[in-house]
Write a protein that binds this ligand. Structure first.
Ligand code: ADP
Length: 463
């Protein structure tokens, strides 16, 4: 148990380490791709801006025209605006908004960039953002509309006002700083782009390594689970075998010691003269020998099944009749050990059966129903023929079987571990035998049970 837990723990720790290592590697690759993407588009967009520099307004012709026209109408109002100090901030804001709107909606710079990216074989879809850094309206009088914090404190040298520090990476890319001076206004702004679909772009580029990492994790986990399951199965089988040997020794010892004692009894002077006692002891020896023989035959047969295919000697038999016979001889054989009730509705069905194996199968179920009972056993046997199957239900009022045990009771050597195992003698072969016989007849056996409430075994065999 301890060894098993250690293996499980080691396995889980190794898998966690593996997954953590893969996550670190993938994160590193992701970050690297992210930075590369940023740099690539930064370079590319600046190249594009450089190639447009020859053109005077670089995609802002319409903007210039519209803003000049708009400013023309506003500058006339400057003296009046300035007078109304209270309304001044709101008016400034209004003007800034109008400039911003025209800049964003009417510029062609984005379209130029997009075409440039596409021609270079890169992603052409991006979002742009324009941030006004300085705006003045110039007429006879000048009205300062906006000056950003940034431009007030630290006027950028040349055309690269923002740093390209690592902090900038992953955020939007500043493509260019523009200044437009016209008749009625002076405007500077920054133009940014970002890729809303950046995640998909990175994913596309890292798909191969990501896929390989995931695949290797899945493979390792699956291999671990299979190995662990096999280990558990081996352990379970080895436990079952040990239990079987213990049980078998127990089972064989009982008749053997009875025979030994009976032999010793027969050697005694006073017994040898008592005919009645001799007969009684001989009968006891005979009975125990038969029991021993049955046990040994059962084990031999099962080991033979393992090596060779099941050989059935089938005959077409009226199932009604045979069930009555089996139950009657069980009743008398066990000395009316249980209250047996029968109800058959086979409609005279005839089934191809191996009589010996079929009898053994029903007897095993009946003797289990008697054996695994802690009160006066009451067994109800029902049979019917439907959908080309005969169905035999053997229900008892015994100790019942837990859900966990139900999964294994048809396994070779399996004995339910709950309760006192030696209280109910057995080798864990009876139900294995039942299952094999039912399957050899093309049918099956199932169980439904509740601990303390009894069990129902159902055999179905096609006919
Ligand atoms: P054995 O009786 O020799 O132990 P079986 O293969 O006949 O082996 O049964 C396997 C286990 O199934 C038993 O150990 C017992 O716990 C459980 N079992 C079988 N039949 C019944 C029953 N009718 N009621 C309760 N438990 C049963």
């Amino acid at each position: 148990m301890k060894k098993r837990n250690t293996i499980l723990l080691l396995g889980i720790i190794s898998i966690i380490i593996l997954i953590t290592a893969q996550v670190i590697i993938i994160r590193g690759v992701w970050q690297q791709k992210d930075e590369m993407l940023w740099l690539r588009y930064k370079t590319l967009s600046q190249e594009a801006a450089g190639s447009l520099r020859g053109q005077r307004t670089m995609g802002f012709d319409t903007v210039r025209y519209l803003l000049n026209w708009y400013s023309d109408s506003v500058v006339k109002e400057i003296p009046r605006i300035k007078k109304d100090i209270q309304k001044l901030p709101a008016v400034r804001n209004e003007i800034l908004k109008s400039f911003s709107k025209v800049l964003n909606d009417e510029q062609d710079f984005s379209a130029y960039l997009s075409t440039y990216f596409e021609n270079q074989g890169f992603e052409k879809d991006f979002n742009h953002r324009i941030e006004i850094t300085n705006l003045e309206l110039i007429g006879e009088d000048t009205l300062n509309i906006y000056q950003s914090e940034f431009s007030r404190n630290r006027r950028p040298p040349g055309r690269e006002p923002m740093t390209t520090s690592l902090k900038g990476i992953k955020s939007s890319i500043m493509v260019n700083w523009f200044r437009l001076d016209d008749n009625y206004y002076s405007l500077s702004f920054e133009y940014y782009i970002d890729f809303s679909d950046k995640r998909r772009m990175i994913l596309k580029e890292t798909a191969a390594s990501l896929g390989m990492s995931l695949f290797s994790i899945v493979v390792v986990v699956v291999i671990f689970l299979i190995t662990y399951r096999n280990l558990m199965e081996e352990k379970r089988l080895s436990n079952l075998k040990t239990d079987f040997i213990n049980n078998m020794t127990h089972e064989l010892k009982t008749p053997l010691s009875t025979i030994t004692v009976a032999g010793k009894t027969l050697e005694m002077e006073q017994i040898r003269t008592n005919q009645e006692k001799i007969l009684e002891t001989a009968k006891l020896i005979g009975k125990q020998s038969i029991h021993l023989n049955q046990l040994i035959n059962m084990i031999l047969e099962i080991s033979m099944w393992e090596r060779t295919q099941f050989q059935l000697d089938k005959k077409s038999i009226g199932i009604d009749e045979i069930m009555n016979d089996i139950v009657d001889s069980f009743r008398s054989g066990c000395g009316n050990c249980a209250a047996l009730t029968e109800k058959y509705n086979f409609n005279g069905a005839k089934v191809d059966l191996d009589l010996v194996y079929f009898t053994t199968m029903i007897n095993n179920l009946l003797s289990n129903a008697v054996k695994y009972s802690d009160k006066e056993p009451a067994i109800n046997i029902e049979g019917l023929a439907e959908n080309n199957n005969i169905c035999i239900k053997i229900a008892d009022n015994g100790i019942g079987i837990s859900k966990t045990d139900q999964k294994h009771i048809f396994d070779k050597f399996y004995r339910a571990s709950s309760g006192n195992i030696h209280k109910y003698k057995g080798l864990g072969l009876g139900l294995y035998y039942v299952k094999r016989i039912a399957e050899a007849h093309g049918g099956d056996v199932t169980v439904s049970s509740k601990p303390g409430k009894g069990s129902i075994f159902t055999i179905t065999i096609p006919y």
